[in-house]
Write a protein that binds this ligand. Sequence first.
Ligand SMILES: [Zn+2]
Length: 90
Amino acid sequence: MAKKKPRAKKPPRRQPKRRIQLMVIPEPEPNTRSVLIYTGEGTVVMRGEANVVMECGNCGVPLVDGVPVGNILSIVFKCPNCGAFNETLA
Ligand SMILES: [Zn+2]
């Protein structure tokens, strides 16, 4: 049985990015975790090409845009917007 695939028209220009909400944690003890504190413009601490956005679990601003989850394991981001500490997956 041949499966007939209806021919899709042109794909949308951009796929919506997958959004992941990071987990808010209490401020880690000094020197116990890798904590990234970003002081530049905007709220995005790290950027890449992947189709994923990680957002602050407290206020929802994007903190990591386009970096695959597996690349930033067990890192703590301090949200430049609300100051919450956000932990990536371990
Ligand atoms: Zn925040």
